[in-house]
Write a new protein. Structure first.
Length: 113
């Protein structure tokens, strides 16, 4: 398989995982805002925590980025994923902030109710 084909497959997988975590984070936000604290809220938290541990283990870098580096010399923020450059560049701070807002709302709901 050609390196460009391998890079395309890595980018596709990376984008699908990114989309999955969008669903997770936005469901989490929705659930805490409408006060629908159910088992899925806790599953979302566990999934995001697991993703955070993976990123910490790989020095704040997605393992798929490391794989993609084998097939590209690009230094663009979106060389390894099908996202606009600005979103790929600021992806972690944006989604971390959204998740932290959700945690804040969840804590409010659990404590003050």
């Amino acid at each position: 398989m050609k390196p460009s084909t391998k890079l395309t497959l890595v980018k596709l997988l990376h984008t699908l995982i990114w989309a999955f975590f969008n669903v997770v984070i936005f469901y989490f936000l929705y659930a805490v805002i409408v006060n629908k604290i159910d088992v899925w809220v806790w599953v979302c938290i566990a999934l995001v925590a697991a993703e955070g541990l993976v990123l910490l283990a790989f020095r704040k870098m997605c393992p798929l980025t490391l794989v993609a580096q084998n097939y590209s010399n690009s230094t663009k923020p979106n060389f390894d994923i099908y996202l606009p450059e600005w979103l790929a560049k600021y992806n972690k701070p944006i989604y971390t902030a959204l998740f932290m807002i959700g945690l804040g709302v969840l804590i409010y709901r659990l404590v003050w109710g």
